[in-house]
Design a protein around this ligand. Structure first.
Ligand code: LLP
Length: 421
């Protein structure tokens, strides 16, 4: 459920007409709904009720500080994967003891940053990383709390580019070697081994792969405890999918996911962390764009819009489907039209949809991409020297620009021309 609905024939973000935001900030832009963000966070928090738990929002999904502050004020922790994300989370007011640090390639500098500023735990992904973490912590006179990310070799049944839990993927240590790696970690004085971490992929629409992975984690917990490790925290990653098309069969709800967690892991008495990103932010955001031209091709019509692959790369990168709807509600019974929906960037990959049936729109009309809140703005670039597009946050009847559109000058002046030129 989200808070982007037609009212009196006009698409609204909560109580604000989307067209009003477009008039204020220009197109294209991203707009997020506070109520939707909070509702999705709350669904996870409620789903884990009864367990000692923390929902650590995977901020890679949408990392504007206003979004982070909204969620942090509701009690969320953060999952970060870079020094930049760590600094952003801190700047948004998230305390270090609610930040977990994931990722296969943490550098010594990033590790130092987090040890200095405070961290809930590092999710360690390899033995060499463990050595660097240990040495860095010792040199700083600190002890780093860690979980070790295990790779359970489970097929997440999602797009290959976002599956992470198979043995051929770069993530985690093979679960078959876990006891040996935990013994190594326990021998290092700069580390405090507190738990296990697992994350098998993103946009999962079935609970079965999660359950398989979590069962393996439950077995491993018992084994590691028998080996003398005090396993007291389980980080279960993110990955629960969202419905992108409205006629899709809805993926399992957070409540079902929470019940499955309780069933497979509840008996262990561990503190549970989860790292959802997409389900919190995905349907809490739209990308809004204006139709520049309707162009008739030989056998098709192109809707050329002012948003492009650099603003929302998911269709080009993952063949992802996004619902695209007009901002003015179509009249009942209006004849649909069929378009290839494309941006102005100079490559054929800059295609959002082919042969898409939708209500007819014309040049100057606004269209909204639904489910664009996660992995939208964060994955954008300035390809074709197109400035990053603004982000807007709505809260009931108010809206605020939470990242403004840079001017051409600001974009261009970041380059420096060497003196020999
Ligand atoms: N935790 C870890 C360690 C992760 O790697 C990820 C996502 C998450 C949590 C959050 O997963 P979520 O709940 O959002 O599924 N750009 C792609 C998705 C990449 C996901 C990467 N890792 C897309 O647009 O579909």
């Amino acid at each position: 459920m989200d808070h982007f609905l037609y009212r009196n024939g006009a698409l609204h973000a909560e109580d604000v007409p989307v067209a009003e935001i477009a008039a204020a900030v220009g197109t294209p832009f991203y707009v997020y709904s506070t109520a939707t963000l909070l509702r999705h966070f709350q669904l996870f928090d409620d789903a884990l009720e009864g367990l000692d738990h923390l929902v650590c929002y995977a901020m890679k999904a949408a990392s504007n500080q206003a979004i982070l502050a909204t969620l942090a004020q509701a009690g969320a922790g953060m999952d970060v994967v870079s020094g930049g994300e760590y600094m952003r989370a801190k700047a948004a007011g998230v305390p270090g003891d609610k930040i977990v640090f994931s990722g296969v390639g943490k550098t010594a500098a990033e590790i130092r940053l987090a040890l200095e500023g405070g961290i809930r735990q590092f999710n360690v992904e390899s033995e060499p990383e463990m050595e660097v973490l240990n040495a860095t912590a010792l040199a700083m006179g600190k002890i780093a709390p860690i979980t070790i990310r295990v790779n359970p070799d489970v097929d997440a049944k999602t797009h290959a580019k976002i599956a992470t839990g198979k043995s051929e993927n770069k993530f985690g240590i093979p679960i078959s070697r876990a006891r040996e790696v935990y013994a190594l970690a326990a021998s290092m004085d700069g580390l405090d081994v507190i738990g296990i971490d697992v994350h098998i992929g993103s946009q999962l629409t079935d609970l079965a792969p999660f359950e398989l992975a979590y069962q393996k984690v439950a077995e491993l917990t018992e084994q590691l405890r028998a080996d003398g490790h005090d396993i007291r925290r389980l980080d279960l990653g993110g990955g629960l999918g969202i419905p992108y098309a409205r006629d899709n069969q809805a993926p399992p709800l957070p409540l079902d996911y929470g019940a499955m967690i309780k069933r497979t892991l509840g008996h262990l008495g561990c503190e549970i962390e989860i790292e959802p990103g997409r389900l919190i932010a995905g349907n809490a955001g739209l990308m809004v764009s204006e139709v520049i031209y309707v162009k008739s091709g030989e056998d098709r019509d192109f809707l050329i819009i002012d948003g492009a692959m650099n603003d929302l790369i998911r269709p080009a990168m993952y063949e992802a489907y996004h619902d695209i709807i007009p901002v003015v509600e179509p009249a009942p019974g209006a004849e649909p039209a069929t378009f290839d929906i494309v941006g102005p960037v100079c490559e054929t990959g800059d295609t959002f949809a082919r042969g898409r049936q939708m209500p007819a729109v014309a040049a100057g009309d606004l269209v909204a991409f639904r489910s664009a809140g996660a992995y939208g703005a964060v994955m954008s670039s300035e390809y074709n020297s197109r400035p990053l597009i603004p982000e807007v946050l709505v809260n009931e009847d108010q809206f605020a620009v939470i990242r403004r559109r840079p001017t051409f000058d600001e974009m261009i002046k970041r380059d420096t021309i060497p003196e020999w030129l």
